[in-house]
Design a protein around this ligand. Structure first.
Ligand SMILES: [Zn+2]
Length: 222
């Protein structure tokens, strides 16, 4: 059989299997939950070819809502360059940063998953940063000396609390563990969503055995 026809037949089979997937059945009230987290890979060519399953990426609930989200990532070792110099770090980080946009299914409860995270981080940074600068300014100006110790207290302890809260929020949020020219790996993805997506992109795995340019599948999955 010519390779072209074989490829076409496999694609048809994959398409029909995709149509048969029952996403409602994949969701069961007993085992869905925010704490069943997994790692999922999204090849750039895969996400062009296939729609993501209509399940919330955070909790696994069936949903029709989509959130367009652009992820950015650079290798972790770049952070070490902060000790060399902030400008060096910024330049290398900008050069090495990879981006990838996804249209992500999210239920109404999790539509603002990243917005709330970013608001808490930015507002806290603005608030405690401003208090810290105000305290230093008043110290230099030798004004309101009775107020200064309270300002330092709030800026330091509030800032520490904000750092801890931000760390917990970021560690629980859906975020990339790697982005390359070929695709992206997201962590903290709902396991049911990941299983449904793997069932869909399993078609791609079959398809790529007949193509000379396979998607990057070398990252491994939890
Ligand atoms: Zn949800």
């Amino acid at each position: 059989m010519p390779a072209r026809i074989g490829r076409h037949l496999i694609r048809m089979k994959a398409d029909s299997e995709y149509c048969k997937l029952d996403f409602g059945a994949l969701h069961s009230p007993q085992n869905h939950g925010d704490n069943e987290m997994a790692k999922a890979h999204f090849g750039r060519r895969e996400v062009e070819k296939f729609d993501l399953p209509p399940l919330c990426m955070k909790c696994g609930q069936p949903t029709d809502h989509r959130v367009s989200k652009r992820f950015a990532w650079h290798p972790g070792w770049v952070m070490i360059l902060i000790f060399v110099g902030l400008l060096v770090y910024v330049i290398v980080a900008i050069i090495l940063t990879k981006r990838m946009r996804l249209s992500i299914p999210m239920c109404s409860r999790h539509l603002n998953h990243w917005l709330l995270r970013n608001l808490i981080i930015l507002l806290g940074f603005g608030l405690f940063g401003t208090l810290g600068i105000a305290a230093v300014y008043l110290t230099i100006q030798k004004q309101h000396e009775d107020l200064i110790k309270y300002l330092y207290g709030v800026a330091i302890f509030g800032g520490l609390a904000w750092l801890i809260v931000s760390g917990v929020i970021v560690s629980n949020s859906i975020r990339p563990s790697q982005i390359t020219d070929r695709g992206m790996t997201l962590i903290n993805v709902n396991k049911e969503f990941r299983d449904a997506w793997d069932a869909i992109r399993g078609a791609t795995t079959a398809d790529k055995t007949l193509t000379s340019k396979p998607d990057d599948d070398t990252l491994g999955f939890a």
